[in-house]
Write a protein that binds this ligand. Structure first.
Ligand code: NAD
Length: 327
């Protein structure tokens, strides 16, 4: 039994990781702005921002391993300061505090946006792909990676960087209120998202197909190529994180973590329409669109990682969750 600090312990990934570690008999410290709702004798919770030095000092107490999974995710210009405070300053302050009594292992949740996946030099994108983020969020994650490697070099704690695929709970996929799936798959949430981004051309195209009824939307690029991207079930991400923590071979390594096959929206959206009975609209959005495949070959080969949740499996669970929400 050891004490493991899980940051982002109220989040999608962190809360599941914390619960799994508790179930395996570890002591867990959670660190998040929000309460996790985890009620367990071996669970201690510190509430505060990662950049709050006093809170960070309290959080790292006794930690033999740190899973730094918490971060702020936003692509809105208004959230820029908050983004860098949480993901860059927060990571720096947390690890500076950890340096007083260095943990034996560190695992960091980075993102495919460090490449970035949306504008790759080549595909499938592997870990040797040049790092050239285009979004402030991707930049904040790349800076986080640098801070993690600096901590490893100077403090001697072996670190594993996991570049996360896009990750969701299966139940979110058919939920128009979901932070990710709403704007990705549902017409009206997508319109609201594009309003937030101020994308005038996309907005005009989307409004032209909106008749006021709830609808799913199949996004394609301006040449009519359907979007394609990885969507990984949270449970598969949790399995990869726990593997990286437990396996000595992961020390010092960087891995892409996510589903093996990308999701082709031209296949997925008709399935979603059939399961929900919702009308399906097609939209050709300005620009090159989203179209990538990321390789998880390194973590599969080196650590034996094998994701279990295909999109087909996830969507079956999503349909059940949608029925449950409606009743
Ligand atoms: P999430 O938003 O569900 O959870 C993140 C948690 O971090 C939240 O509970 C939030 O309250 C907490 N947090 C945010 N800012 C904080 C701060 N300044 N101080 C303390 N706590 C703070 O995210 P998730 O989906 O569980 O993602 C986990 C990790 O994976 C994050 O680092 C994220 O950047 C990364 N990631 C996620 C995805 C994805 O698609 N979900 C993709 C790539 C990378």
């Amino acid at each position: 039994m050891s004490t493991i600090l899980v940051t982002g312990s109220a989040g999608r990934v962190g809360s599941r990781v914390a619960r799994e570690l508790l179930a395996a008999g570890h002591r867990v410290t959670g660190f998040d702005l929000r309460a996790s709702g985890i009620d367990h004798l071996a669970f201690r919770e510190v509430l505060g921002g990662f950049d709050d030095r006093a809170a960070a000092r309290e959080a790292v107490q006794g930690a033999e391993a740190i899973l730094h999974l918490g971060a702020f995710m936003s692509w809105l210009p208004v959230a820029r300061d908050k983004l860098f405070t949480a993901n860059v300053e927060g990571t720096r302050v947390l690890l500076e505090e950890a340096a007083a009594a260095p943990p034996k292992r560190l695992v960091f949740a980075s993102s495919g946006e460090v490449y970035p996946e949306n504008v790759p030099d080549y595909q499938p994108i592997d870990e040797d792909h040049p790092l050239k983020p285009r979004s402030p969020y991707g930049l904040s994650k790349l800076l986080g990676e640098e801070i993690v490697r600096f901590f490893e070099r100077t403090g001697g704690t072996p670190a594993t960087i996991l570049r996360f695929s896009h990750t969701q709970d299966a139940g979110e996929l058919l939920d128009p209120g979901s932070f990710f799936s709403g704007p990705r798959f549902f017409l009206q949430p997508k319109i609201r998202q594009q309003e937030g981004f101020g994308n005038v051309a996309a907005l005009a195209a989307l409004r032209a197909i909106d008749d006021g009824r709830e609808a799913l939307v199949l996004s394609r690029n301006e040449a009519g190529r359907p979007f394609r991207m990885h969507i990984t079930d949270t449970r598969d991400m949790v399995a990869g994180i726990l593997l990286a923590l437990a396996d000595e071979r992961a020390a010092g390594r960087t891995y892409n973590l996510g589903a093996t096959e990308p999701v082709d929206f031209a296949v997925a959206l008709p399935m979603m329409a059939q399961l929900t009975g919702l009308p399906l609209k097609t939209i050709d959005l300005p620009g090159a669109g989203v179209f990538y495949e990321t390789s998880n070959a390194r973590i599969r080969t080196e650590l034996g990682y094998e994701p279990q949740w295909t999109f087909e499996r996830m969507i079956g669970e999503a349909a059940q969750a949608r029925v449950k929400r409606a009743s």
